[in-house]
Design a protein around this ligand. Structure first.
Ligand SMILES: Nc1ncnc2c1ncn2[C@@H]1O[C@H](COP(=O)(O)OP(=O)(O)OP(=O)(O)O)[C@@H](O)[C@H]1O
Ligand SMILES: [Mg+2]
Length: 159
């Protein structure tokens, strides 16, 4: 497990992180997002989708739970499990997404922690007021340990 902290002074800084992670993405990658209402989980997901070459608008999939998009190189599976119970989530066959051909982003991922693969990149977005956000990143397993190292090399903090 490794950690990095991305200090976003503005929305553009959150978008820059999403673009960077999208440039490293490959099949089976899992980004587990958490943070309060309005922290920026959906905004991050939108920037990530755009960077993957997904055309059109990516909205919060709160009412549909899972939305599948076609990126230029990779499919994107965008989930929001806020309104789901663990039992309902369990019945969705999420492993087909997690271990599929695309990249998965889960908003409110900690609510279904038991159902997530062990290897993942966790991003906890904390609202600091205005546009400022502290994004605490935890990498578990490959390739996420390397990603955290890269982020720290690029100037991300470690606390
Ligand atoms: N640094 C920033 N990073 C991300 N979003 C920001 C930032 N600064 C301002 N914003 C704004 O904050 C809002 C974040 O809303 P968003 O829907 O992404 O939150 P969320 O975490 O998905 O909330 P919810 O849990 O309700 O789905 C957006 O309107 C976005 O434009
Ligand atoms: Mg959201």
């Amino acid at each position: 497990m490794k950690q990095a902290v991305w200090h976003a002074a503005s929305e553009a800084d959150t978008i820059a992180l999403a673009e960077l992670l999208a440039s490293w993405a490959k099949p089976g990658v899992l980004l587990a997002l958490d943070g309060d209402l309005g922290a920026g989980k959906t905004r991050f997901s939108q920037a990530f989708a755009k960077a993957l070459g997904v055309p059109g608008v990516v909205n919060s999939p709160t009412f549909t739970i899972i939305k599948e998009y076609t990126g230029e190189h990779l499919p994107l599976y965008h989930m929001d499990v806020y309104r789901l119970s663990l039992e309902e989530s369990d019945a969705l066959g999420l492993d087909e997404y997690f271990f599929g051909e695309g990249v998965t982003i889960v908003e409110w991922a900690s609510l279904i922690q038991e159902l997530l693969p062990a290897d993942r990149l966790e991003l906890y977005i904390e609202h600091l007021g205005g546009e400022a956000r502290r994004i605490a990143i935890t990498g578990i397993g490959a390739p996420y340990l390397d990603w955290c190292d890269q982020l720290v090399k690029m100037g991300a903090g470690t606390e």
